[in-house]
Design a binder for this molecule. Structure first.
Ligand SMILES: [Zn+2]
Ligand SMILES: [Zn+2]
Length: 232
């Protein structure tokens, strides 16, 4: 027996959402997988969920008025039930199998999108004080899954969170932008030209936009955002 099959025998895949046996060797059953709110109808630039039948390349009103500082965002799921449960498990309860499942779902989605492929994944960094509280960075845990599934490297050191910002939740768009300004810094030489910022959930996009600006300032020419979920 190889180590993978021993692990599978000891810990059979179990659906995180309902407890049924998992399908496709994942911690998600077929029924729950079919009901996940996939973010198929969305803005081609920022992945904001949109309704109705859209032509290819349709943009949301915000991106029509002013393009965000990243080239595109790919988000696998809409942040609607039961996605907050999965994200909450990955973020606050140290459930690494939830982070793994989110990474697998994002990898499925990324594989369907046209290239070119990025050179590197850069998880949104946590401030050391937050990292100390939580013990791990959920964006990095999701990035590890993508790195494995898509054979891409992670650069977890080039960018740091230099300011411990207040949580973005509860702030409006303008306050979020002001809150996050100056939060990130690139350390040392920057060799990447096509990068992906990786996050668990993109809400208004002000955090990833700020990081995209910093990475462009450091020399990145193409910046994408990949996220497990996007809020409507
Ligand atoms: Zn299930
Ligand atoms: Zn948009």
């Amino acid at each position: 027996m190889n180590p993978d099959s021993i692990i599978a025998a000891l810990f059979p895949p179990t659906c995180i959402l309902c407890g049924a046996p998992g399908a496709l060797a994942r911690d998600l059953c077929g029924g729950c997988a079919a009901e996940l709110p996939r973010n198929r109808q969305c803005c081609a630039r920022c992945a904001l969920p949109l309704d109705g039948h859209l032509p290819d390349g349709a943009l949301c009103g915000l991106c029509q008025r002013r393009a965000p500082p990243y080239d595109r965002c790919i988000a696998a799921l809409r942040y609607e039930n039961p996605v907050p449960t999965l994200v909450g498990a990955a973020k606050f309860r140290g459930r690494l199998n939830a982070a793994r499942l989110l990474g697998q779902l994002l990898a499925d989605r990324v594989r369907c999108e046209p290239g070119p492929w990025p050179q590197v994944l850069i998880p949104v960094p946590l401030h050391p004080s937050r990292l100390g509280e939580r013990g791990y960075n959920q964006a990095l845990e999701i990035a590890r899954v993508l790195a494995r599934e898509l054979a891409l490297p992670i650069d977890n050191h080039v960018c740091e969170r230099v300011a411990a910002t207040a949580p973005q939740a509860g702030l409006d768009e303008h306050a979020r932008r002001r809150n996050i300004r100056g939060a990130f810094a690139v350390r040392g030489p920057f060799h990447w030209s096509h990068v992906v910022i990786l996050d668990d959930v993109v809400t208004t996009g002000s955090t990833v936009a700020e990081l995209a600006r910093v990475l462009r300032g450091a020399g990145a020419r193409r910046v994408e955002v990949w996220a497990a979920a996007r809020t409507p």
